[in-house]
Design a protein around this ligand. Structure first.
Ligand code: SIN
Length: 491
């Protein structure tokens, strides 16, 4: 059984053939998945003079070398073949006038290395092809409109089944010895996010409640440039590729924000850029992305951004775009080994809900669709030979009741403050105390999950990648190297 139908879940389902797969998801098709919303593309060393080892090096630098090096090398080495595989399925990657793959550049990459499809519509294009492939795969049965409610464990403690429910609240119990969690991220727990509504962390909460270990749960990536709508939790992304094409971040007075903060300026790793904007905001300033210098040919790569801006009455060819940091990606998740197996026998995880260590403390741009394809295919292939003989469920685990709506609002404000781009021990402690003091929150699955995120962030007193402690002092920020030592980023 595979839960979640983003790119990672679909790839597992396809690659597991001919073993029968039951695919369970809330929605069906690209809509509602974070994968389909991805504007960035897929990073792969396919350009002239590029090598997987250069891609791996950039992944490690962005991840503050907190990465699992073997996983990074495997990902970078597999990336060119992943592009070939997607081409063979019919993904229409963008090409230049000579027919070569067009390569874009994004933050943290030392060169143009990102392939796109439909300009900034890569996720949508990929999902359309993969959804069609899964729809026509005879070995996959797809049950949509379903949510995972509980995990059943057998006498030996292995996964033996799941309880799912439909939109009318009817539940079903299904036996399975292999459960793959591909349930995505946690952005919907925060005040602002680029993730869809379904990215609420429910899958992660359930896996942790069932006893699977978590890893690196404190590492949460804020994308520097979500479109700053006046209200609303779910903000459209303004892709980093715009900065790769020459757009710059400016304040209200039009002065560039990034020079002097990092040698790569606007193309610094996104944690660095997000912190710069967050500081500017705390000082009362707004941030704009000035893309007016892009020519018509460049704008043809960004139909999605043009549409987002048009819907808000902005013409980005004439006016700067208002932007704000928003939660974008969870580097932490269910701890998995190189085979995608969690510490709970029979529970596997892949994509954003999993933590293999590949992203370290901060994910490099355009490595997430890549991870979904590479790790999804690898996990599906490994599970191909399994046996479906199921043991009996002896014990059911659920994640706890949902928090009431008002408590969820309290929680998202608290998490945004405590787990934002700039963190402090005081805010983290205050967040933990506030959850414990609120019985409705403390007993809810959202509250329990929040405590699992806050506790390691409090315990990690030093800054590392996306986890930046303003109270750690110069010694604590040593891993930020150039950024902190030479450019005085220490608060
Ligand atoms: C972006 O297009 O800026 C985001 C790409 C990514 O998340 O890797």
């Amino acid at each position: 059984m595979v839960v979640g139908a983003g790119i990672a879940g679909l790839c597992v389902a396809l690659a597991a053939a001919p073993r029968p797969v039951l695919l369970v998801s809330r929605s069906r098709g690209p809509a509602g998945t974070a994968s389909a919303m991805a504007q960035g593309g897929i990073a792969a060393a396919v350009g002239e003079g590029d090598e997987p080892v250069f891609h791996a090096a950039d992944t490690l630098v962005a991840g503050a070398c907190h990465n699992h090096v073997g996983a990074v090398l495997d990902l970078a080495l597999a990336a060119p073949d992943a592009i070939d595989w997607l081409l063979s399925l019919g993904v229409p990657f963008d090409r230049d006038d000579e027919g070569h793959l067009s390569l874009g550049r994004e933050g943290g990459h030392d060169r143009a290395r990102i392939v796109h499809a439909g300009g900034d519509g890569t996720g949508r294009e990929l999902m359309q092809v993969l959804v069609a492939a899964v729809e026509s795969a005879a070995h996959v049965q797809w049950l949509s409109g379903r949510a995972l409610q509980g995990i059943g464990l057998c006498a030996g403690g292995r996964v033996a089944g799941v309880r799912i429910s439909d939109e009318a609240g009817r539940s079903d119990v299904i036996s399975t010895p292999d459960l793959v969690m591909a349930t995505g991220g946690i952005g919907a727990l925060f005040d602002t996010t680029t993730n869809p509504e379904g990215a609420d962390g429910a899958g992660l909460a359930l896996a942790l409640a069932a006893g699977a270990d978590g890893r690196d749960l404190e590492f949460i990536q804020w994308h520097p440039t979500a479109f700053a709508l006046p209200s609303g939790r779910h903000l459209p992304l303004v892709t980093e590729a715009l900065r790769g094409a020459g757009a710059t971040l400016v304040g209200d007075d039009g002065a560039a924000l990034m020079p002097g903060t990092h040698p790569l300026a606007d193309l610094a790793p996104r944690d660095v850029v997000a912190r710069r904007i967050w500081r500017h905001r705390r000082a009362g300033g707004r941030t704009w992305l000035d893309a007016r210098r892009l020519d018509d040919a460049a704008w043809r790569q960004f139909p999605g951004v043009l549409a987002t801006c048009a819907a808000a009455g902005i013409d980005p060819r004439q006016q700067p775009i208002p932007v704000t940091p928003a939660v974008h990606f969870h580097m932490g998740g269910i701890a998995v080994d190189d085979a995608g197996a969690s510490t709970l026998p029979g529970l596997h995880a892949v994509g954003e809900v999993a933590c293999s260590g590949v992203h370290g403390a901060n994910r490099l741009a355009s490595n997430s669709l890549l991870e979904g394809v590479v790790c999804g295919n690898a996990l599906g292939a490994r599970l191909r030979g399994g046996s479906d003989a199921g043991a009996r469920v002896r014990r059911w685990v659920d994640a706890g009741p949902p928090a009431p709506a008002a408590a969820r609002e309290t929680l998202s404000a608290l998490l945004t403050d405590a787990l934002g781009p700039l963190r402090s021990g005081a805010a983290l402690s205050a967040g933990i105390d506030a959850i414990r003091a609120d019985a409705a929150l403390a007993g809810s699955w959202q509250g329990r999950l929040a405590l699992r995120l806050l506790a390691p962030a409090l315990a990690r007193a030093c800054s590392l990648g996306a986890h930046f402690r303003v109270d750690s002092g110069a010694a604590g920020n040593i891993r930020h190297g150039i950024e902190t030592a030479a450019y005085g980023e220490i608060a």
